[in-house]
Design a protein around this ligand. Structure first.
Ligand code: PGA
Length: 256
């Protein structure tokens, strides 16, 4: 199984998201086998998009979640609210939230814990910035983020965790292009080692994704690798030809 996770960020509104989703559903109607396609629109569009995907074979995810289930938390969205609307996945710890909103490992750990307890699958993003890559501290950063977010998670809950290695310097907004396949394989093999160290039982089966300037041109080079379970796609995921090209690459990698 391969994952194609579309992180729509703030790139599209509800109307745009519905149109995009309808078109993806239309193009793959009747297809028996599909990769695990997860679209992650903004909170306001989740309910409407859910209605559209129920006619196709896709899933929805949120781009964030809060760690409490109810109470006085103005502006926050609880895990159970996401479940209620039919969400199955949630992205946690994206570098844009770490940087723009000051999310810490501790907050991310609480979010993951609350999300998996509520029955959501948490996609945890980790990855280094350009300076950290250049001074050789990728492993140090990734270890810090993985341990910080997961050390309190039980080995059973690890079943509901997915890791996305997303080096910040490779995000499309930065304009440097994607990481090389070899960079990603090296980073993911380190991620796997860390996961097994954190949870000998749960760590070996966690799915590992790559994110950072993935598009229809390069998706297959990542997806064909056995140790890359899928891709997390930002800007290209709101372009219909790109997202479908990436889904086609996942189908090819799954040999269907
Ligand atoms: P990008 O974003 O594909 O635009 O680089 C990926 C992400 O931030 O999840």
């Amino acid at each position: 199984m391969k994952y194609v996770v579309a992180n729509w960020k703030m790139y599209t509104d509800t109307r745009g998201g519905i149109a995009l989703t309808r078109e993806i559903v239309r193009r793959y109607r009747g297809k028996e086998t599909m990769p695990e396609v997860v679209v992650c629109p903004g909170f306001l569009a989740l309910g409407e998009i859910k209605k559209v995907i129920s006619r196709g074979r896709m899933h929805i995810g949120a781009q964030d979640v809060f760690w409490m289930d109810d109470g006085p938390h103005t502006g926050s969205v609880a895990p159970k609210m996401l479940k209620e609307i039919g969400c199955e996945y949630v992205i946690v710890g994206h570098s844009e939230r770490r940087q723009e909103l000051g999310e810490t490992n501790e907050m991310i750990a609480r979010k993951i814990d609350a999300a998996v307890k509520a029955g959501l699958k948490a996609i945890l993003c980790v990855g280094e910035n350009l300076e950290e890559r250049e001074n050789g501290s990728m492993e140090k950063v990734v270890e810090f983020e993985l341990r910080g977010a997961l050390e309190k998670i039980s080995s059973r809950s690890m079943e509901s965790v997915i890791i996305a290695y997303e080096p910040i310097w490779a995000l499309s907004e930065k304009g440097h292009g994607s990481a090389s396949v070899q960079d990603v394989l090296d980073a993911l093999s380190f991620v796997r080692k860390m996961l097994v160290d954190i949870s000998a039982k749960g760590g070996k089966d966690v799915s590992l994704l790559y994110g950072g300037s993935v598009d229809m041109e390069n998706a297959y080079s990542f997806l064909r690798e056995d140790s890359i379970d899928g891709v997390l796609v930002g800007s290209a995921s709101v372009k219909i030809n790109h997202i479908c090209g990436i889904i086609d690459s996942a189908l090819k990698a799954m040999r269907v």
